[in-house]
Design a binder for this molecule. Structure first.
Ligand code: CTP
Ligand code: CA
Length: 225
């Protein structure tokens, strides 16, 4: 890493980070999920702790070791993630939504395992919308003046889509990744552009997720009151 000695520039600050991917259950054995590993969110948690922050990491279905000195709150679904983030955000200086949150969940949950029947085609799965946690936090700002950061993975028109998304969500910073073959999901490395609500664009070259995390904290630190 480029940083030699870590500056404790987040000392006295509380940051909340969501990581991983939500799972939306259909029945006791099945769920709708996504491919997020949680590595970027954990890198954000480690680097924030190294810079002196008190860190709450809301972890959705990750299989990674708890970072030292970090408060880890495990969650499953988007609704549980929302509750945990809102609870922690009321005392946070910054909230970073690195988790992949399911946009929809099954409208019904079957208390018993769904069985196949020889003489019948399967029922379609009806979906309903999940709450948009990033938009809610950005609008309500549980603590006045807090900095709110979102992540977006896009496949086409990455910057234009990112700019539109940042405005729609109302966050201060949006980290935009282009999703491709070797990029993002499960990998150790990442490449991104961080868009600011002030019109700024900070490119982060392909490299370790830690390096992107450090850039995010550099940009957050400048925006803290
Ligand atoms: N997010 C959230 N709650 C949701 C969905 C997304 O808080 N229900 C957050 C993610 O954690 C991420 C950001 O919003 O920080 C952008 O997620 P993304 O899926 O790219 O945005 P969407 O608004 O869901 O748009 P899309 O239709 O492209 O999925
Ligand atoms: Ca989405």
């Amino acid at each position: 890493l480029a940083r030699g000695v870590t500056e404790p520039d987040l000392a006295g600050r509380h940051v909340v980070i969501s990581a991983g991917g939500t799972r939306e259950p259909l029945d006791p054995v099945r769920f709708l999920g996504n491919r997020s590993s949680g590595k970027q969110g954990y890198a954000l948690a480690r680097t924030a702790a190294a810079r002196g922050a008190r860190v709450t990491l809301i972890a959705a279905n990750t299989a990674l070791p708890d970072p030292a000195g970090v408060d880890v709150v495990p969650v499953g679904t988007a609704v549980q993630l929302r509750e945990a983030v809102l609870k922690a955000a009321s005392e946070a200086d910054a909230v970073v939504m690195a988790a992949a949150v399911a946009d929809f969940r099954p409208a019904t949950y079957a208390a018993g395992k769904i069985k196949k029947k020889d003489d019948q085609e399967p029922e379609p799965i009806v979906l309903i919308r999940n709450p948009d946690i990033l938009a809610e936090i950005s609008t309500d700002r549980p603590r006045p003046g807090q900095v709110v950061v979102g992540f977006a993975a896009e496949t086409d028109d990455v910057l234009a889509n990112g700019r539109t998304k940042l405005e729609r969500k109302g966050c201060d910073l949006l980290v935009v990744n282009e999703v491709g073959e070797r990029k993002t999901f499960g990998s150790e490395e990442n490449e991104a552009v961080v868009l600011g609500a002030d019109g700024s664009e900070t490119p982060v070259p392909y490299g370790p997720k830690e390096a992107l995390a450090e850039t995010v904290w550099d940009l957050v630190t400048r925006r803290l009151r």
